[in-house]
Design a protein around this ligand. Structure first.
Ligand code: SAM
Length: 256
């Protein structure tokens, strides 16, 4: 039976074989790897992935699509909202030691998914996600650009990231209204050890009024914590490099 795409689940199914092939090449899946796909849908990526890997774990919220996927013996289907999935419970089968997480994500919740995965980065080998191109531009943005913000700082803290493939709307059925791209995210081994929630709060405060100088936002927040360290608040949030936010978060944690 033909599946009618459900808008509320962000369903835009990949339909261009050349693009599907390009994404699978970018992922470069190998036999025995522990690959987890978020939002497999009608299996456009799932099929070529499972052919190369042998066994795949998929997370799908749509009950009808999950039922179809369960008919496939090489798939372990988790029928759930990915935001409720505890990735620490998904154990890679030996010889794999870490997870490779992939997916053409539902765009309406792509940022919450990226933040949900952040605490599990230590258990992940890499992530390849199709996203709105504009979101990837923000993820990889450099300081002093209009795209640089909370998403850039939080994700650059924990991952090295690159845009690996541009994908036009025509590659999907139905086509989304926006351009898309695939991002590769590789967790950093040398990241600053920080509590994700503490860093998130600091960065959120900093970017809460991005046109104002930081003394009006982060400056007050630091004062409330009686923080006496050295940090120049006569700048805008977008002028502060990631490394400085990380150093500040570490200094605040030490002084608490
Ligand atoms: C953009 S479609 C991609 C489908 C397929 N991978 C493809 O490329 O053709 C997003 C998929 O994520 C599923 N989805 C939406 N919200 C979800 C959620 N919260 N948790 C898990 N899957 C979700 C949708 O049902 C859909 O299958």
């Amino acid at each position: 039976m033909k599946h009618i795409p459900r808008k509320r689940f962000g369903q835009h199914f990949l339909s261009d074989p050349a693009i599907i092939d390009g994404i699978v090449r970018a992922i470069d899946p190998r036999p025995g790897q522990a690959v987890v796909e978020i939002g497999p849908g009608l299996a456009a990526l799932t099929q070529p992935l499972v052919e190369r890997v042998g066994q795949l774990t998929v997370i799908e919220l749509d009950r009808d699509l999950a039922a179809r996927l369960r008919a496939h013996p090489q798939l372990t289907v988790i029928e759930s909202d990915v935001l409720k999935v505890d990735f620490a419970q998904i154990q890679p089968a030996p010889p794999a030691t870490k997870l490779r997480v992939v997916g053409n994500l539902p765009y309406n919740i792509s940022t919450p998914i990226l933040f949900h995965l952040l605490p599990f980065a230590g258990a992940v080998e890499d992530q390849h996600f199709m996203l709105q191109k504009e979101v990837i531009d923000r993820m990889v943005a450099a300081p002093s650009t209009s795209d640089y913000g909370r998403l850039s700082v939080m994700l650059q803290w924990r991952y090295a990231m690159e845009n690996v493939l541009f994908v036009p709307p025509e590659a999907f059925d139905p086509p989304p209204k926006v351009d898309s791209a695939v991002v590769r995210m590789v967790p950093r081994a040398d990241f600053a050890p920080l509590d994700v929630n503490a860093l998130s709060e600091l960065v959120q405060v900093a970017f809460s009024q991005r046109r104002k100088l930081l003394r009006h936002t982060l400056g007050k927040w630091l004062e409330a914590r009686a923080f006496s360290g050295n940090f120049d608040v006569q700048r805008r949030a977008e002028e502060v490099p990631v490394a400085e936010y990380l150093a500040l978060a570490q200094a605040v944690a030490r002084s608490a």
